[in-house]
Design a protein around this ligand. Structure first.
Ligand code: PHB
Length: 394
C-alpha cells in the first residue's frame, strides 16, 4: 500500500469514528422525577422540608446517574388531593415523568395511586403514613413510615412505665385512625385500658374542647397523634389549659414533637416521651453530617419529612443506577424492592414483598441539650430494631 492509500484509509477511519461517536453521544432524554408536594396550604412545612432535602441530595450527589441527566420537577398541590391527582396525570401524560414522588398527606397519596398503576410509573411516597397506602397500587414504594410502625413501640413503653389508663387523641383521618387502633390493641395486650377515644378535625382544629374532655376523663396519660405542622398549636393549648400540670402525662408519636417546630414549643414540651423513626439529634456520624449540611443550605432544622425526601432521592438514584441509566417503570420498581442503605435515621430496608419501609423506631424524650446550643431535641433512649409495619406483618 502506498502512502496515498494509507492516508485515504486513515481519513476514512477517522470520519467513520467521529460519526459513530457522534451517534453514540446523542444525549438520552433526561430522567424525570415529578415531586408533588404541599408547598402551600395546611402541610406547607412538609413541602418546604422535602424540597430542602431534594436540593441537598442533588448538591451532594450531582444531577447525573449512570451517564443520564436527572431532572427534578417540583409542583405544589396546595395540600388539596384533587389537585395532587390532576398534577400527577399531567406529569405522567405530558411531562412523561419516569417516577412520581412526594405526597404530603394520605388523601393525596390515595388520589394518585390509580395513576401510578395505569402509567406503570413508580410512585415513591416520601411523607404520607397511613399503612394501607402501599396496598393501593403495586407501583407504590414508601420511604417515610407507617403510623402502626411508630405507635406500637410507645404503647409498649407506656404499659411498662406505670400507665394503666390512657385516652387516645388523634386527627380524624387515615393516619390518626391507624394510630388510635394500634395504640389501643397494643396497650390492651400489655394490660392497659383505653378509657376514651378523641378525634379532632384535620382542618384548622381548635383543640380546646377536646382538651377539656381529656381533663374530664383524668387518665394516667393521653396518647396523641397529629400530623406534622399541628404540634406547636396543640402544645400551646395543652399548656394554656394547664394540662401539663394536671398529672396527666402526655405521650405521642414524634409527629407532635416535630423537629420542624419543637424548638419553638418551649418548656411545655419538656419531658414528653414519644416514639418515632427520626430525630435531628440521632447520634450517628451520617446524621450529624446530614443535619449540618441541611441547616447550612436551608437555615432550618431537618425533620422526619426531610429525611424521607432525602432517602427517596437516594432510592431513586440507586434504582436508576441499577438499570444502568435506562430506567423503565417495572425495572425501576424491581430495583427499588429489597434495597438496604444507611439513612440519617439509621439503616433502612425496602421490604420486597410489601414495598414498605422497615426501620428502627426510637423512644425519645424532649430535652434541652446543652451540647447542642441548649435547644430542644427528641433525645433517643430506647429502640425497637428493624420494625416492619405491624398492620402488614400480622
Ligand atoms: C398523612 O397524612 O399520612 C400524614 C401527614 C403528616 C404526618 C403523618 C401522616 O406527620
Amino acid at each position: 500500500m502506498n502512502i496515498q492509500h494509507r492516508l485515504i484509509r486513515a481519513v476514512v477511519a477517522l470520519v467513520l469514528g467521529v460519526t459513530t461517536h457522534l451517534a453514540q453521544a446523542q444525549p438520552a432524554a433526561p430522567f424525570k422525577i415529578g415531586f408533588i408536594l404541599p408547598m402551600t396550604g395546611q402541610s406547607a412545612s412538609t413541602g418546604k422540608q422535602i424540597e430542602g432535602a431534594i436540593k441537598l441530595w442533588q448538591a451532594q450527589n450531582g444531577a447525573t446517574v449512570a451517564g443520564r441527566k436527572v431532572e427534578v420537577i417540583i409542583k405544589d398541590d396546595a395540600t388539596v388531593p384533587d389537585t395532587t391527582r390532576r398534577i400527577a396525570q399531567e406529569m405522567v401524560v405530558n411531562d412523561k415523568v419516569d417516577v412520581l414522588a412526594g405526597f404530603g398527606i394520605t388523601p393525596s397519596a390515595f388520589a394518585t395511586a390509580p395513576i401510578a398503576t395505569q402509567g406503570k410509573t413508580p410512585m415513591v411516597v416520601t411523607a404520607a403514613a397511613t399503612s394501607a397506602i402501599t396496598e393501593r397500587s403495586p407501583y407504590i414504594v414508601r420511604t417515610s413510615f407507617t403510623l402502626p410502625q411508630v405507635t406500637v413501640p410507645i404503647a409498649d413503653w407506656a404499659a411498662k412505665n406505670g400507665i394503666k389508663r390512657a385516652v387516645t387523641f388523634v386527627a380524624d383521618y387515615g393516619p390518626g385512625l391507624d394510630a388510635e387502633k394500634f395504640f389501643k390493641s397494643q396497650f390492651q395486650l400489655n394490660g392497659g385500658q383505653v378509657t376514651g377515644e378523641i378525634r379532632t378535625p384535620l382542618k384548622s382544629p381548635d383543640f380546646a374542647p377536646f382538651l377539656q374532655k381529656v381533663a374530664d376523663l383524668k387518665p394516667d396519660a393521653v396518647f396523641v397523634f397529629l400530623p406534622s405542622g399541628q404540634g406547636a398549636a396543640f402544645m400551646k393549648q395543652f399548656g394554656e389549659r394547664g394540662l401539663d400540670k394536671s398529672g396527666i402525662r402526655l405521650i405521642a408519636t414524634g409527629d407532635v414533637t416535630d423537629d420542624d417546630q419543637l424548638n419553638d414549643m418551649g418548656d411545655v414540651a419538656l419531658g414528653v416521651v414519644n416514639s418515632h423513626h427520626y430525630s435531628a439529634a440521632h447520634p450517628s456520624a451520617t446524621n450529624k453530617k446530614f443535619v449540618q449540611a441541611f441547616e447550612a443550605a436551608n437555615k432550618f432544622r431537618p425533620n422526619f419529612m426531610a429525611v424521607a425526601g432525602y432517602d427517596g432521592m437516594h432510592l431513586i438514584y440507586n434504582a436508576l443506577a441499577a438499570t444502568k441509566g435506562k430506567g423503565g417503570g417495572d425495572a425501576l420498581l424491581a430495583a427499588m424492592k429489597g434495597q438496604v442503605f444507611e439513612s440519617p435515621r439509621g439503616q433502612i430496608l425496602i421490604d420486597a414483598q410489601t414495598r414498605d419501609i422497615v426501620q428502627d423506631v426510637y423512644i425519645r424524650k424532649v430535652e434541652r441539650v446543652p451540647a447542642m446550643g441548649n435547644q430542644l431535641f427528641n433525645v433517643e433512649f430506647d429502640v425497637q430494631k428493624a420494625v416492619k409495619d405491624p398492620a402488614k406483618s400480622k
